[in-house]
Design a protein around this ligand. Sequence first.
Ligand code: ZN
Length: 311
Amino acid sequence: MTLLAAVDVGGTTVKAAVYEPGRWAKRAELRRPTVRPTARGEDPAVAVAEQVGAMVQELAEGLAGELATDGPVAAAGVVVPGVVDEAAGIARFAANLGWRDAPLRELLAERLPMPVAFGHDVTAGGLAEHRFGAARGFADAAFVPVGTGIAAALLLGGRPHRAAGHAGELGHVDVGHGHRCGCGATGCLEAVASAGSIARHYTERSGRAVTGAREVLDADDDVAREIVEEAVTALAAGLRLLVTLVAPEVVVLGGGLFEAGGLLERVDRRLAESLIFQRRPVLRRAELGDEAGCLGAGLLAAELLEPAVAP
Ligand SMILES: [Zn+2]
């Protein structure tokens, strides 16, 4: 049995799982995914590489025990956030992880005893949604997870469009409001429509602390309604730009905000009203949730081994 290890490194947690290519539908049931707080260290890239190496080794040892096989983990896929140059194997920048131009693929290869595929978390999530989830069957698709920030994975003709990690920064297009973004610019989409900014703006304006953006969506007061309205307007404007330039057939919206009913439908209506000649895309909720990044990392690992164990 050939097995693949998949690791999704985030700003707060690292998730690792093992997949069996060809039986993706089983997902990570072979070995329940493990989640750990992201390691910090003087050199953040080295700390994360050490942690990933240890987690993959633990998974492999656990499997040997559980399956009574020394089933080798044939390849590993590791995905990270931020600006990632996949071709060069370099993590250019990630605000939450504190690295700059880190040679992560090399650091990982030194610590993992199998071939390593290295990639970008949102792109990997998009690959997974395209292969197994809400974008299945569409050639041109955009995957837009809305969380702490907002980014887009673009799949054009079924292939990810990467531009050395610089493409897809949908969170930083100017949608014409006066709020300052973490990037330093004013008017960015994610400055009013990310889960983080929705919660922060609510607390600033109402003086009431909330546990997250979902609470603002559910709240029944004027401040909450105003903030959600701003987010809907901004998301529709950001998607209008995406649709005008790239014209995806489907836009898959991810993140907890869209899991509840209502928001996706409002954005869809507002977007449709704003289109003139542009093709209206299908808007869908992401189907893979938190596992999209790991599944995508598994797909990257499988690609390394192709055609031997193509899924
Ligand atoms: Zn910005």
